[in-house]
Design a protein around this ligand. Structure first.
Ligand code: UDP
Length: 397
């Protein structure tokens, strides 16, 4: 095996959660692998590393207050250029649809380094929703050599983009690997759940209250959508005092402003807290009866746990949950949100967990495919390029 490394790129919390299982499986299989964190999200991503007990080999430390897409794009492009030149990877792995994922793939392409795309093929068909994620993932598909698709639907989307079938691999989503890893540790008590959180939840459940989980953070909802959803939920909870709601807010200034203006956190029945460490969040997901969210990853986790989820977005790239009757797309319209909450509350028994998004073995499947690909097809197309301008010291990152 060549000693050129495989580079695993991560930038945000969801990328960390979904990439760490792949990084661990590659390490377990004895590969030379470097975990590179751009730190597009600083604290949220560090929390993920802490939960899984890993540390990045390289930290670009790019996060700034009020960072925009132009700043992120140029910093990641420049830093990955030097990093890839100095390490000469045989493969760069990117996950999902963030700016970190897209720009790292672009940088690898400029250096003629092959790219593997994990969670490939998700599409809404609307280039502005989610923004900029839909365009990021579509462009990554045009660049990547290996496409690890989580579901049959995503395989179809890739084929519709004229990606060759022999480069597409149906693996399941690594989010289910991460979820199962954490559930196991919660159950065997090798990881601790925040005591205050457990207390607040059990007090509410002891009083016979219904337990709701709320999350909102999408960029395309900043121009009014978040305000409408939070006002709706606030008004609904004001008149339905038997519902206890945990709202781990996203620390984006646009979200924080709306939380303040709607006053949702002032209700006694709302437990407004900052982002929860992954194990605490999974605990909440498992305990709650109703979920209102605009998150992508939470749709997958909720359905995998057998929970009904109300999606406060106008489109979703995860149609599998909707077709299975577990997820409900309502947009940000007040009337529709309330109708759907009331509907979900009438569903007495919770559905059983289903393996719609994966069976918990996606990371191992990805490693097996990479090994096969390296063995059968790998040629260091970039080697000549690298020899032109090699840098030996990666410590300066
Ligand atoms: N998550 C978490 N703590 C929280 C909220 C979410 O650990 O307080 C996890 C959640 O379990 C999921 C991921 O973060 O795996 C989803 O991230 P987010 O909603 O920020 O992004 P998206 O999936 O929409 O890209």
């Amino acid at each position: 095996m060549s000693d050129q490394p495989i580079i695993v790129m991560v930038g945000t919390r969801p990328e960390g959660i979904k990439m760490v299982p792949v990084y661990l499986a590659l390490r377990q299989a004895g590969h030379s692998v470097l975990l590179c964190a751009t730190m597009q999200h600083l604290h949220l991503l560090q929390e993920v590393f802490n939960v899984f007990g890993v540390q990045p080999d390289i930290n670009f430390d790019i996060m700034r207050t009020d960072q925009d897409l132009f700043y992120l794009t140029q910093s990641i492009l420049i830093k990955t250029k030097s990093f890839f030149l100095s390490t000469q990877p045989k493969l760069v792995l990117v996950q999902g649809d963030t700016t970190t994922a897209f720009v790292s793939a672009l940088s690898a392409f400029y250096l003629k380094v092959p790219v593997g795309h994990i969670e490939a093929g998700l599409r809404t068909g609307d280039k502005y929703a989610p923004f900029p994620e839909e365009m990021n993932r579509t462009l990554i598909s045009s660049i990547a050599q290996l496409h690890f698709a989580p579901t049959k639907e995503s395989v179809n989307n890739l084929q519709a983009q004229a990606i060759k079938s022999d480069a597409i691999f149906l693996t399941g989503n690594t989010v289910v690997d991460a979820l199962y890893m954490l559930l196991k540790r919660i159950d065997n008590q090798t990881i601790k759940i925040n005591v205050e959180l457990v207390k607040r939840i059990s007090e509410a459940l002891d009083k016979g209250m219904i337990f709701m989980l709320l999350t909102m953070h999408r960029r395309e909802s900043f121009d009014g959508g978040i305000e409408e959803v939070l006002s709706t939920i606030k008004n609904y909870l004001s008149t339905n005092k038997n519902i206890f709601c945990i709202y781990p807010y996203h620390p984006n200034p646009n979200v924080m402003r709306v939380i303040k203006s709607t006053g949702i956190g002032e209700l006694d029945s709302v437990y407004l807290c900052g982002p929860l460490p992954y194990q605490d969040f999974i605990y909440v997901l498992r305990m709650c009866q109703i979920i209102v969210t605009d998150s992508g990853g939470i749709q997958e986790e909720a359905v995998s746990l057998g929970k009904q989820v109300i999606i406060v977005r106008n489109s979703t790239e995860r149609m599998e949950g909707i077709l299975a009757g577990m997820a409900h797309l309502v947009g940000t319209d007040s009337k529709k949100i309330i109708e759907q909450i009331e509907h979900v509350l009438t569903i007495k028994s919770l559905s059983l967990p289903i393996q719609l998004y994966g069976d918990g073995n996606a990371a191992q499947k990805i490693v097996d495919i990479i090994e096969h690909w390296l063995g059968q097809n790998y040629q260091c197309v970039s080697k000549k390029f690298f020899l032109q301008s090699i840098q030996n010291n990666i410590a300066k990152f």
